[in-house]
Design a protein around this ligand. Sequence first.
Ligand SMILES: Cc1cc2nc3c(=O)[nH]c(=O)nc-3n(C[C@H](O)[C@H](O)[C@H](O)COP(=O)(O)OP(=O)(O)OC[C@H]3O[C@@H](n4cnc5c(N)ncnc54)[C@H](O)[C@@H]3O)c2cc1C
Length: 370
Amino acid sequence: MPAYSEDQLLLRDTVRSFVADKITPHIETLDAEDTFPAELIAELADLGLFGIPVSEDDGGAGLDLKTTALVVEELARGSAAIAWTLAAHTAYALRPLALYGNDEQKQRCLTDLAEGTRLGGLAAGEPHAGDWHSPHLKTQADGETVLLQGRKGLVTNGSQRGWLLVACREGEEEHVYLVDGQSSGVQAQPGRAKLGLRGADTVFVDFDITLSPADRLADASVLLARARDEGRILAAAVCLGLMEAALIESARYAQERRAFRKPIADFQEIQFKLADMKMAIDAVRGLVFRAVALAQADLPELPTAAASAKLFAAERALEVGKQAVQILGGNGYVSEYPVERMYRDAKVLELIGGPAFAHRSLLARACLAG
Ligand SMILES: Cc1cc2nc3c(=O)[nH]c(=O)nc-3n(C[C@H](O)[C@H](O)[C@H](O)COP(=O)(O)OP(=O)(O)OC[C@H]3O[C@@H](n4cnc5c(N)ncnc54)[C@H](O)[C@@H]3O)c2cc1C
């Protein structure tokens, strides 16, 4: 059975051309300057990529998560930062709103998000506590108004003045609020320099805003778990794209670079490194497909499948990045060649969506439960 439909392959080719024409020529500048590529993002929105898994009635493409993962992977072959911008928008805001927003909330922002006229993000983590499921940020509610004051971060797309979902606590209860990033009570801090994913917008956001109970989304803990799982799947798709790009670059270089009067591609050690990269890509693709299928069928194995896919992908992407640097030798370590950027980009995928221990703990608990 073919892995993708004709339509999915057509879309993949469109994105591949976009990457070749619009992203690859500017990737060194994007990485060096670390500024958010607003114009490129607007062009991607024009292609309809910011609403892939949302119905056409809501301004989306009416496609599925598998197609989203394919697009994210393809973008990541050119820029992991741009791919993650789309992944976070989709998994952390667009999908949670489509799945858990009520009619009025969807009316307010789903079309903006699906058309990409405004970006979305999730403010779950906090400067002094990372666990998404126990937010420290407290709200004060009196039945009619809800006062939200404090800092969240790191938030992807947090300074884009789009729509933010903010996790917080009222007493023992966990809530998620829909917050308009254009409100004066929402102030993003200037972004800090990052090791990788340079160009992605990752910021702390300060809130001092009065909301209403109507801004509260339903099923906070279910919503956050789903956003975490789909975020992990799309993060794994970013890893796939990164690994493929590193393999292509390594294979190209190995055939051009000569040592001891022959291309280094003739050495078995180099060939085996390429083979290991290929195996990693194939294995990660399988895990991504499985996790996507479970998400689309809404099955209870989704959390473990998403954790397996994301952690395995992130660890393999880091290893593939390291081996790509090794294949390019000294050239692999300098910015003239793209693999050092890929290696830096891969590191953060181990952190995004929760650190490695959180994935392993979840998997271990599932094993022990039988
Ligand atoms: C580029 C980027 C984009 C991001 N985007 C978003 C976003 O859009 N929205 C959002 O909400 N967050 C976002 N984050 C935050 C991200 O989710 C967190 O950084 C991640 O979950 C790790 O949490 P932490 O940084 O608080 O680490 P911590 O939880 O503080 O962990 C620090 C270290 O302690 C270890 N540790 C912690 N607890 C335990 C334990 N119980 N047992 C063993 N070891 C433990 C961890 O493994 C880690 O090594 C982003 C982060 C980055 C870097």
